[in-house]
Design a protein around this ligand. Sequence first.
Ligand SMILES: Nc1ncnc2c1ncn2[C@@H]1O[C@H](COP(=O)(O)OP(=O)(O)O)[C@@H](O)[C@H]1O
Ligand SMILES: CC(=O)OP(=O)(O)O
Ligand SMILES: [Mg+2]
Length: 397
Amino acid sequence: MPKIMAINAGSSSLKFQLLHMPEEKIIAKGLVERIGMDGTVMAIEFDGEEHTVHPAINDHADAVREMLAFLTEKEIIQSLDDINGIGHRVVHGGEKFSASALMTDDMIAEIEKLSELAPLHNPANIMGIKAFKQVLPNVPSVAVFDTAFHQTMKKDKYLYSIPYEYYEKYGIRKYGFHGTSHQYVGERAAAMLGKDEKDVKIISCHIGNGASIAAIDGGKSVDTSMGFTPLAGVTMGTRSGNLDPALIPYIMEKAGKSAEEVIHVLNKESGMLGLSGFSSDLRDIDEAAKGGNERAETAMNVFASRIHKYIGAYAASMNGVDAVVFTAGVGENSITVREKVSRGLGFMGIHFDEERNQTRGKEAEISAENSPVKIFVIPTNEEVMIARDALAFSGQQ
Ligand SMILES: Nc1ncnc2c1ncn2[C@@H]1O[C@H](COP(=O)(O)OP(=O)(O)O)[C@@H](O)[C@H]1O
Ligand SMILES: CC(=O)OP(=O)(O)O
Ligand SMILES: [Mg+2]
């Protein structure tokens, strides 16, 4: 039975699952957080127990080595040769990659070229890929792209209203991200509706630290809120989401910043952190808002209202909707955000149920009994999707 390792490298974290495939049985799973910062934590779960260690880790390559050392030490695997395939999340695949691909040195070079389009993400993904190549050079390594699922968008959705030659010359267009997650929850939502995916229209709200909304019609992405980079769309933990582009030179002049510094502010110091002034973590902001902090309350309302508007927009785009899905850290857990987003949609047949909304972290319906359009909470599972694609390629070498 093949053992497949699925790797989801974030800007400061590395999530992984080791699975028996095709059964999709988890052998071990874990998370290394705060990579490159003080207090790195590695938490690994296996045999129903969670182990937390604090190894010295400077970068994603160290994280991979420590994680593999832990797995062999605890005899979760007898040796590294037990791993039959590796799947890596890669955030930006540009127009080059519309499906998962077996990693060759040339492919890695192509992904490196795309780093300037996803500077918070692709460099970490590449470091993960290279670290595995170093210790397991002969095991098939497969890249699974966040952008791939959105390659079905039509030109009228992915083109910006700017001179057409910028698209032709520089590849400037909307790409969209979190595709693996939107695809997973889209499939689960169709199953929960008891229908074939081809016959349903889904609006998927992936709301984590990064957040994006997708319109999925007949199992295909037709529109999504992120753009050329993962900075666009709704308000996020530290990212601004959409704004008037004329603000960039205006802020440069007023605050005496370079273009690069303004983009840094929009990526790292904006969103919920910028609005609240104290945290990017939704839990902190929700608690402060409930304690009477007005800025936190405003931040919560900005956050929810942006998502709320996309639901209206995407229902219009698809000429209908069968289910709205909440997923990722905030979507799976925040009772407050789900309520703020879901209220005031009754005119389009989306009726929210306060009591059902108390659920957390498991698949559930949170719409009212008689609601024509369903609202679902569906925990995402990017890792299982990555493992499925890695398995498909692991027999080919
Ligand atoms: N119980 C909870 N209630 C509200 N928000 C939560 C809860 N648990 C996690 N979150 C939020 O989820 C976000 C992280 O989501 P996640 O999907 O892990 O993000 P990413 O993969 O982008 O790092 C954080 O903002 C955190 O506040
Ligand atoms: C693409 C993206 O924003 O990813 P994440 O939510 O993991 O930051
Ligand atoms: Mg994520």
